[in-house]
Design a protein around this ligand. Structure first.
Ligand SMILES: *Cc1c(COP(=O)(O)O)cnc(C)c1O
Length: 371
């Protein structure tokens, strides 16, 4: 059987390694031990919802109109600018499938950044070109501009995962204008609730080649729901609707999304964003007390990135003590970097005390070595 699978699989798929999601990396450890997950930028808050099962015998709407209307209102755009998808990840894939021809077209990414742009392109046999961020994690605009007519989509993540940096709006604008008649510029705003004033959603009509990606997975605390949004010119939305599945949004997902997007739901989200931001300050201050820790990037989202020479020993120590954070050291320019998702107060305190005991347990010389 494996010979048949081998024969039928394209060479590009054979070469592809599946995305190492935080959950895939640690799915094995379901030992019943209470683990603290600070590795996937999930919210620590699990909010209650109600589900009405009286229409579960019917197929759901392709684009549930109440969800579309609520999210459009929340974002300050019109319903015709709004698409709801199975997470922002599906939005990424639909953009690639709608706007890139396999084996011919390319996307442009700016690493270090979110891994799914490249993986999605590779699964569609679409090329991935790179214009790495500058050492300060700003966009390298001249390099990006050299890719004119070589790429159909330019992915910009702001706030960027995993650096936590916001991309200067002037830079996004320069890129959008340069590619105005040749590519869509996709601004991934998965963390925009932590940096709300920098959203591009309300500038779409002036810059019709900008596409904004959003999600309920982060600030809205609904990663388990798989619900995201694309905000764009109506012509872009219409093209994406050609490649989307007929029933992409399960009825319970639509119901829960609608509850999350009521005034009360949005107020709750904003309160939780405030709480997480306060906790992030405490975590940052704690990290600053460790001489061998260097904060990296910025804190415009619900996570903190830091560099530590003894990162392997530290990761192992935290795993042994049931706390998971994320190793980002394989990303370009992020050697020895680890990322902490901000949890609730108890989880954060637990992590801070483990960090303290770890750094007390090794000598200052060891702290600056790869252990
Ligand atoms: C988490 C994340 C996503 C994925 O969001 P989903 O809606 O859960 O698919 C997209 N982009 C970035 C930058 C993310 O960090």
């Amino acid at each position: 059987m494996s010979a048949l699978v081998d024969k039928l699989t394209s060479d590009s798929l054979k070469a592809l390694k599946p995305y190492e999601s935080a959950r895939r990396l640690f799915a094995a450890s379901e030992s019943g031990q209470q683990q603290v997950w600070l590795n996937a930028n999930e919210s620590p808050f699990a909010n209650p919802y109600e589900v009405d099962d009286s229409r579960f015998n019917r197929y759901p709407d392709c684009q549930p109109s109440k969800v579309i209307q609520s999210y459009a209102a929340y974002s300050g755009v019109a319903a015709q600018n709004t698409l709801v998808t199975r997470g922002a990840d599906e939005g990424i894939e639909l953009l690639i499938r709608a706007f890139c021809t396999p084996d011919i077209d390319n996307i442009l990414i700016c690493p270090p950044t979110y891994g799914m742009y490249a993986i999605s392109a590779q699964t569609c046999n679409v090329g991935v070109l790179e214009a790495p961020l500058n050492p300060d994690f700003s966009l390298n605009v001249p390099t990006i501009c050299e890719f004119k007519d070589k790429v159909n989509l330019v992915f910009i993540c702001s706030p960027n995962n995993p650096t936590g940096t916001c991309v200067d709006p002037q830079q996004v604008l320069a890129v959008a204008e340069h590619f105005a008649d040749s590519a869509l510029v996709v601004v991934d705003e998965a963390y925009i609730e932590f940096d709300w004033q920098n959203s591009w959603a309300n500038k779409l009509s002036k810059h019709p080649n900008i596409v904004v990606l959003r999600t309920l997975s982060k600030a809205f605390a609904l990663a388990g729901l798989r619900c995201g949004f694309t905000l764009a010119d109506p012509s872009v939305i219409q093209a994406m609707l050609k490649v989307i599945a007929p029933y992409p949004i399960p009825e319970p997902v639509a119901q829960i999304a609608q509850q999350a997007l009521t005034d009360e739901g949005i107020t709750l989200m904003r309160d939780q964003v405030d709480t997480i931001s306060e906790q992030r300050e405490l975590m940052k201050n704690a990290l600053l007390t460790f001489p061998s820790v260097e904060l990296v990037g910025d804190d415009k989202a619900n996570f903190i990135l830091f560099r530590c020479a003894a990162k392997n020993a530290l990761m192992q120590y935290l795993i042994d003590n049931q706390i998971l954070i994320r190793d980002q050291s394989k990303q370009r320019g992020l050697d020895n970097c680890l990322r902490i998702t901000i949890g609730n107060e108890k989880q954060n305190q637990q992590l801070i005390s483990l960090l303290t005991s770890f750094f007390l347990s090794i000598s200052p010389e060891q702290q600056d070595q790869a252990l």
